[in-house]
Design a binder for this molecule. Structure first.
Ligand code: ADP
Ligand code: MG
Length: 468
């Protein structure tokens, strides 16, 4: 056997692949998770079926294994099908890239309490002026306003809701408002809180860590679902929490789920979290989504750009793409504007679909044909057996066609693959089904609504299914 010492192309490719995956993880989990856990993972190599990564501490490894390793593996598999496991090496030497942290700069060893460290971390762009209020978030909005007017009225205020529905925005809006009158406002994500706490243990800085948080007059903690794991960190979180409530400091928390559904958090902490007021944010309806786009995006565009580049119908199209979260919807809009101005070309709905094609598909890849079949079967209240059979009566044939249509629309499977999943039907049957359904959608408003309804059901399930 001969070994070659030259770094080969595939090693370079692998490094690129890893960068690409890090980028995707950034998109999926956001800046904060990325900075705390993902950014400093070092790609070492792949050997046979194993992806070998390096991180700095056991704690970081355990955390990644508990929260992100499945996702990492799935993403990597898309590039290299052979990979079926991930191995972590612990290396103190792992170079830590400077973490540009606009929250609290813990990396500076000076935990100066005199500086207004609360100020820099709250995002000024997320305020009440550009927060669109509608049925979906009225309750949370009103509660937040009440808290501002009257600290301690609801303590803690616990706001929960799905991904991209404006929780971080609302927390920052509260922070911005209060900063004008109070200087000890701290905004921190639970991820950061945990990470910094563990770091402070390592650096023998726990006392300072506690001092900082316990000095807060208002503490805004984002994504509380991430508080979990080692008892000692939960313990510290709990003590900080109690200390603040006892000293009449206001706490506002956000989470992707209700207090009772926090699965890794101790019961007594849960009950403390629900001790004030708990409100939820729902998905905005179509009108509210249109308003959010107009409020968040159009304002920033020059009127020249507006008229020349984006057809009004494109806004409707994005708002109606209910599988896009608000965040994705806004991101898509910005993508379209960029595309239009680079190509100096007006964007119509057809163009928009085309430009966003990969993006729209990517979001849907977690949905399987089986998921779609199950949902359609239960929607039309027919039996799976009949559905899969060769019966041609309208009652089962139509739902079957709908499921085929949705499989094409919502998964990346090819026509033959779809056919196979429907008891080995031919791909021409699938094509026929898609045509038929498209025709019905264009002719029949009620039918169109039915399909849209199914579509959102599936996307909703899917989104919930992939939640961290
Ligand atoms: P979450 O923290 O709930 O996941 P974010 O607060 O980060 O969601 O919201 C995602 C994006 O959508 C942000 O750009 C935010 O400003 C925007 N957004 C969400 N809801 C609204 C709203 N009601 N009005 C204006 N912008 C919103
Ligand atoms: Mg958030």
């Amino acid at each position: 056997m001969s070994y070659t010492a030259q770094p080969n192309q595939s090693e370079k490719n692998q490094a690129n692949t890893w960068q690409n995956i890090q980028k995707q993880l950034l998109e999926i989990y956001g800046q904060d998770v990325y900075r705390s856990w993902i950014q400093n993972i070092i790609f070492l190599k792949t050997t046979f079926n194993t992806l070998v990564l390096s991180v700095k501490t056991r704690f970081i490894r355990d955390w990644i294994v508990a929260h992100y390793v499945d996702k990492i593996l799935n993403l990597y598999k898309k590039f290299d099908i052979k990979i079926s496991r991930i191995e972590f090496q612990i290396s103190e030497k792992t170079e830590i890239k400077p973490i540009k942290n606009n929250i609290i700069d813990f990396d500076k060893k000076t935990y100066s309490l005199s500086g207004n460290y609360g100020l820099s971390k709250i995002d000024e762009k997320l305020n009440f002026d550009n927060f669109v209020v509608g049925k979906s978030n009225e309750l949370a909005f009103t509660a937040a306003k009440k808290v501002i007017e009257n600290l301690n009225k609801y303590n803690p205020l616990y706001i929960y809701g799905g991904v991209g529905l404006g929780k971080t925005h609302l927390l920052n809006a509260v922070g911005n408002k209060l900063l004008s009158t109070i200087d000890k406002v701290i905004y921190v994500s639970a991820e950061r809180f945990m990470y910094q706490f563990v770091r402070s243990i390592k650096n023998n800085d726990v006392v300072k860590f506690k001092d900082i948080f316990r000095s807060a007059k208002v503490l805004l903690i984002d994504d509380i679902q991430f508080v979990s794991g080692k008892d000692v960190t939960q313990e510290e979180f709990f003590h900080t929490f109690n200390a603040l409530i006892e000293s009449n400091s206001q706490i506002i928390l956000s989470s992707d789920r209700a207090p009772n559904d926090l699965d890794r958090i101790q019961d007594r902490i849960k009950s403390r979290l629900s001790g004030g007021l708990v409100v939820d944010i729902q998905s905005p309806d179509y009108e509210q989504r249109v308003q959010i786009i107009k409020q968040r995006c159009l304002k920033d565009l020059h009127s020249f750009d507006k008229n020349n580049f984006i057809e009004e119908e494109v806004i409707d199209f994005l708002a109606a793409e209910s599988k896009l979260t608000v965040r994705e919807m806004l991101g898509s809009f910005n993508r379209l504007v960029a595309h239009a101005s680079i190509n100096q070309k007006k964007i119509t709905t057809i163009e928009a679909r085309h430009v966003l094609k990969d993006y729209l598909n990517k979001i849907q890849t977690n949905l399987t044909i089986e998921d779609i079949q199950k949902t359609v079967v239960s929607y039309y209240d027919i039996s799976m057996h009949d559905f899969m059979s060769s019966r041609r009566s309208r009652m089962v044939a139509r739902p079957r066609q709908i499921a085929m249509y949705l499989s094409k629309k919502l998964t990346t499977k090819s026509l033959p693959e779809i056919g196979r999943k429907f008891s080995g039907r031919d791909h021409t049957t699938v094509i026929h089904a898609i045509k038929k359904i498209e025709e019905l959608i264009s002719k029949d408003k009620i039918f169109e609504n039915e399909i849209r309804d199914l579509n959102s059901k599936l996307i909703y399930q899917n989104n919930n299914g992939v939640k961290v």
